[in-house]
Design a protein around this ligand. Structure first.
Ligand SMILES: [Ca+2]
Ligand SMILES: [Ca+2]
Ligand SMILES: [Ca+2]
Ligand SMILES: [Ca+2]
Length: 142
C-alpha cells in the first residue's frame, strides 16, 4: 500500500482520520478505523446496521461461525436483517423474548408465558401463528 496509490488513477477520498489513527478503534467495536473506512462501516458507530451486534462481533460471527466469505460478510454488517424476516440479526443470534399462548384457564382467559426464541439470521423465521395456539389449546384439553 502507499506507494501504489498513485498508479491506480482513482481519486482518493480524504480519510476522516490522520494516518496515526488508522489502527485506532474509535468506536471500540474491535475493528480498526482503516478497516472500517475501507469496508464502508461506521468508524464512530460500533453497530453500523443497528441490529444489536457490534461490527467486530458480527464480522466474526459471519466469517468464523458461519463461514461466510469476507465480501458477503461485510454486506451483512450493513444489513440489519439479512434474511428479511423482520427479526434483526442480533435478535436471531442472541435470542428474543416473546409471549406465547399456552392455553386457557377455567374462565377462558388466555394463559401466556414468556419464552426466549432463537432464529437463524440466514433463514427467514416463521412466527407462531394463531393455528398453532389453537393446536396447543386442543392438546392441553385432551
Ligand atoms: Ca471501530
Ligand atoms: Ca451490527
Ligand atoms: Ca447485520
Ligand atoms: Ca432476520
Amino acid at each position: 500500500m502507499g506507494q501504489n496509490d498513485n498508479t491506480r488513477g482513482i481519486k482518493r477520498r480524504p480519510k476522516p482520520f490522520n494516518s496515526a489513527d488508522a489502527h485506532g478503534d474509535k468506536d471500540s467495536d474491535g475493528l480498526d478505523n482503516l478497516w472500517e473506512y475501507e469496508n464502508g462501516t461506521m468508524i464512530t458507530d460500533a453497530d453500523t446496521d443497528h441490529d444489536g451486534i457490534k461490527d467486530g462481533a458480527e464480522l466474526h460471527y459471519w466469517n468464523v461461525t458461519r463461514g461466510i466469505p469476507n465480501e458477503t460478510a461485510v454486506e451483512y454488517l450493513k444489513d440489519p436483517d439479512v434474511d428479511k424476516d423482520n427479526i434483526t440479526d442480533g435478535k436471531e443470534i442472541n435470542g428474543w423474548t416473546v409471549k406465547i399462548i399456552v392455553g386457557y384457564d377455567e374462565e377462558n382467559k388466555l394463559i401466556s408465558k414468556e419464552v426466549t426464541l432463537y432464529g437463524d439470521p440466514l433463514v427467514a423465521y416463521r412466527a407462531p401463528r394463531e393455528e398453532d395456539a389453537t393446536t396447543m389449546k386442543t392438546t392441553l384439553e385432551i
